[in-house]
Design a protein around this ligand. Structure first.
Ligand code: SAM
Length: 270
């Protein structure tokens, strides 16, 4: 079908992907097969949706722009009729996870998402009981590097990802492969082996995030000073001494294992 003229809405982060190579890299990284249920966020004009459907997988796609929904309803009508594709006109950030995902045994998540909701989407799909088995995202290149390589520096987002899964950098996607061209380059990342095994139950997850959020609150302050917001300095001094962490260490220098050890000792002492 000839594509109707649907001007990109900047406010919805619409940069449509033109690279066939990047599309197939995303599908391959997610290891999509005909047996899978795939949730796609922001199908747009279906650049990723169509090749996903061609694998035989079932796809449910959330899209906020009604014009795209109308377009896809015609363009992908055969898949909708056969029940392989369902389009949902909704803000993905507003989905009730238990309500929607509680009924599925397993699903994979794939998305070329608007950059301003990258953080919110990653956290929404990881910090929940209803996690996907794995996810593949196209994100701003710098964000991908911050999550995967970390370059000797931790961030809240990198820790939030590492505590639930294994992040891998798949490939850079040059800005010229999008229409309209964004200002920045992008990269595909894959987060595999998603589970709560490393961290445990919801109560523990909550405490973990409370601790790391406090630890990172003021970048220029030492971690211990930041953590005083949660408990007395004495407790943190003891914990740091037991773990042989220098008291002057800044939060970005502590890796996931250190934070998990800090959490463990804090639980014991309080
Ligand atoms: N998947 C298409 C592609 O690769 O060409 C479009 C990608 S475009 C970067 C992002 C898409 O997400 C747009 O179609 C936009 O309308 C949609 N979108 C933006 N915010 C959304 C939200 N909160 N929930 C669901 N979809 C959203």
């Amino acid at each position: 079908m000839n594509q109707p003229y649907l001007p990109a809405k900047k406010s919805l982060g619409q940069n449509f992907l033109k690279s066939k190579k990047a599309l197939s890299q995303m599908i391959r990284a997610t290891n999509v097969t005909e047996h899978d249920l795939v949730i796609e966020i922001g199908p747009g004009k279906g650049a990723l949706t169509r090749p996903l459907l061609e694998t035989g997988a079932r796809v449910i796609a959330f899209e906020l722009d009604k014009r795209m929904i109308d377009y896809l309803q015609t363009d992908l009508s055969e898949y909708i009729k056969s029940g392989q594709l369902a389009l949902i006109h909704q803000d993905v950030l507003e989905i009730d996870m238990a309500d929607f995902f509680g009924k599925f045994e397993a699903y994979k998540l794939i998305a070329n998402i608007p950059y301003y909701i990258t953080n919110a989407i990653i956290r929404k799909f990881l910090e929940t009981k209803y996690q996907p088995t794995n996810m593949c995202l196209l994100v701003q290149k710098e964000v991908a590097e911050r999550i995967v390589f970390r370059d000797g520096k931790q961030s809240l987002l990198a820790l939030a990802v590492a505590v639930y899964g294994d992040a891998k950098y798949i490939a850079k996607v040059d800005r010229k492969y999008f229409s309209p061209n964004p200002k920045v380059h992008s990269a595909i990342i894959h987060i595999g082996n998603i589970s709560t095994k490393k961290i445990g139950n919801e109560k523990r997850q909550k405490l973990f995030f409370e601790i790391i959020r406090a630890g990172f609150a003021h970048k220029r302050k030492k971690t211990i000073r930041n953590l005083e917001k949660i408990a007395d300095k004495k407790i943190w001094t003891e914990i740091f001494a037991e773990l042989e962490i220098d008291e002057n260490t800044r939060a970005e220098k502590l890796d996931l294992n250190k934070w998990l050890n800090i959490l463990g000792l804090f639980e014991q002492k309080t």
